[in-house]
Design a protein. Structure first.
Ligand SMILES: Cc1cc2nc3c(=O)[nH]c(=O)nc-3n(C[C@H](O)[C@H](O)[C@H](O)COP(=O)(O)OP(=O)(O)OC[C@H]3O[C@@H](n4cnc5c(N)ncnc54)[C@H](O)[C@@H]3O)c2cc1C
Length: 445
């Protein structure tokens, strides 16, 4: 069986490794247009945070490691057209056209930082840094800048704002919603972080939709929103990413937003063609409706699912809960499942409960604020948000599993856990409980 995979990032690499695990004699070919593979998209943030000393260290896997597993990696190969009737892929390598055939094709071409709504956002002066060469260019440009404007207060934008303000840059962050990180958090939960951003001098412009970016002669850029404008040395595009699928043929069905339509087995509308990662929509939790959730864990899990279903459908994708965790502006924050704000659109009767819980048994221990979002009637957990000044990020994975396995608040009260006074409270923070001594309910709605 000859398996061709287009795109060698998280989704493509996960699919390749899983195909190798399942089919020892499969011929596996990864086609990647960059000069390297396995770059970590937030490499620049890792560098600014001093977690790595060089952008060249921001890789999760190498070509050599893959080739040791008999996975052939073709780099600097740009796929230009696929022909699903003839089962072939046309690509350009070294300015020459070539064609490769396949038995099974996996499309893992991901996404880029693009905006069709903001005129001028494709210009060179607008920084994007998902790829290694973009990050190198962005690093040099930011180092030479005093002021930076960031468009979009999602995870990428807020992380960048934090790291650049630590470098004494003047940071303006422009967001069309009325608070930051709205996809993952309710306003009440993210308020302390937003307050900290203001204290750190971030010029936060909320409820502002950017319409254009104009490059100025002196290398600066002017960003326009409504009747207002800001001018800065550098602009970072932190808005939602989008796929580029110009190479598909007409047989592959797309969604309205130009992502590839797949079923729960990652099968496209064409037999033997699968699509995974940031170029598809996914089911959110148990819903059959699909949405666009470009996150690494989805890319990896869909890659594994596609590999499992190459011959026949064996493993269905269980859905995404949009789980995230990060550390910004001196807080650790994490979220999984639906927010209370978005529950208004689900038709479900949802209740939310916010509580503060000590992280260890010691009386002076730091606290974590937890928001539980659950079904009013069944008490099944639907979403959770955490914020603390201590690193409690792993706890969100427990809560994601609780949602995936449909645990109720009562089940969570009975959840087994380890106790050690230095590391846990007399009852674990993720065991829903109602003793005032260990938790401080702020509100119930
Ligand atoms: C700055 C930044 C930081 C992020 N941080 C996080 C984070 O902390 N946590 C998280 O969960 N998510 C994060 N994300 C999102 C995450 O990067 C994506 O969800 C993830 O990279 C998707 O993986 P993928 O394999 O589907 O696609 P991609 O990583 O986009 O990779 C697609 C690959 O396909 C190749 N390709 C594309 N077209 C062609 C073609 N025609 N021919 C050949 N090759 C092609 C590309 O060169 C690329 O290597 C971040 C995104 C950005 C932009």
């Amino acid at each position: 069986m000859k398996v061709v995979i287009i795109g060698a990032s998280f989704a493509g690499v996960a699919a390749a490794l899983e195909v190798r695990k399942k089919y020892s004699d499969a011929e596996i070919i990864l086609l990647e247009k960059q000069t390297t593979l396995g770059y970590i998209p937030n490499g620049l943030h890792l560098y600014w945070e001093n977690k790595i000393s060089d952008l060249d260290a921001a890789y999760f896997i190498t070509k050599e490691q893959l080739e040791k597993q008999n996975i052939h990696c073709y780099l600097e190969v740009s796929v230009e057209k696929i022909h699903t009737v003839h089962k072939s892929v046309d690509y350009i390598y070294d300015e020459k056209e070539a064609t490769i055939t396949y038995d099974k094709l996996i499309i893992a071409t991901g996404s880029s930082q693009l905006s069709q709504k903001i005129s001028g956002s494709g210009g060179e002066s607008v920084l994007k840094y998902k790829r290694h060469h973009e990050a190198k260019a962005a690093l040099a440009k930011v180092e030479a800048s005093q002021s930076v404007a960031i468009i979009g207060a999602g995870q990428v934008g807020v992380e960048a704002a934090d790291l650049l303000s630590q470098q004494q840059k003047q940071v303006t962050l422009i967001e069309s919603m009325d608070y930051v990180l709205f996809k993952y958090f309710d306003q009440d939960m993210i308020q302390p972080l937003q307050q900290k951003m203001l204290e750190k001098g971030i010029d936060l412009r909320l409820n502002k939709t950017v319409s254009s970016i104009e490059a100025e002669v002196d290398q600066q850029a002017t960003i326009r929103f409504g009747n207002e404008a800001v001018t800065s040395d550098t602009v970072i595009l932190g808005v939602n990413v989008r796929p580029d699928l110009h190479f598909l043929d007409e047989h592959i069905r797309l969604h309205m937003d130009q992502t590839i339509a797949v079923d729960r087995y990652m099968r496209t509308s064409v037999e033997d063609v699968f699509a995974v990662g940031d170029c598809i929509q996914l089911t959110f939790g148990e819903d059959d409706e699909t949405v666009y959730i470009p996150l690494v864990n989805n890319a990896v899990r869909t890659g594994v699912v596609a590999a499992a279903n190459l011959i026949q459908p064996e493993m269905a994708f269980k859905g995404s809960l949009r789980t995230i965790g990060t550390s910004i502006f001196e807080y650790y924050i994490a979220s999984t499942g639906i927010t209370e704000a978005e529950s208004l659109f689900t038709g479900q009767t949802v209740k939310a409960y916010r509580q503060e819980v000590r992280l260890t048994s010691l009386l002076d221990s730091d606290i974590v604020t937890i928001k539980w979002i659950y079904d009013e009637i069944s008490h099944v957990l639907l979403g959770a948000q955490l914020i603390s000044t201590s690193n409690m990020l792993e706890k969100i994975n427990t809560l994601a599993l609780a949602i995936q396995t449909k645990q109720t608040l009562e089940d969570l009260q009975q959840k087994d856990y380890f106790f050690h006074p230095a590391y846990s409270q007399m009852i674990s923070a993720t065991n829903f409980n109602s003793w005032q001594e260990v938790r401080d309910d702020e509100n119930e709605s």
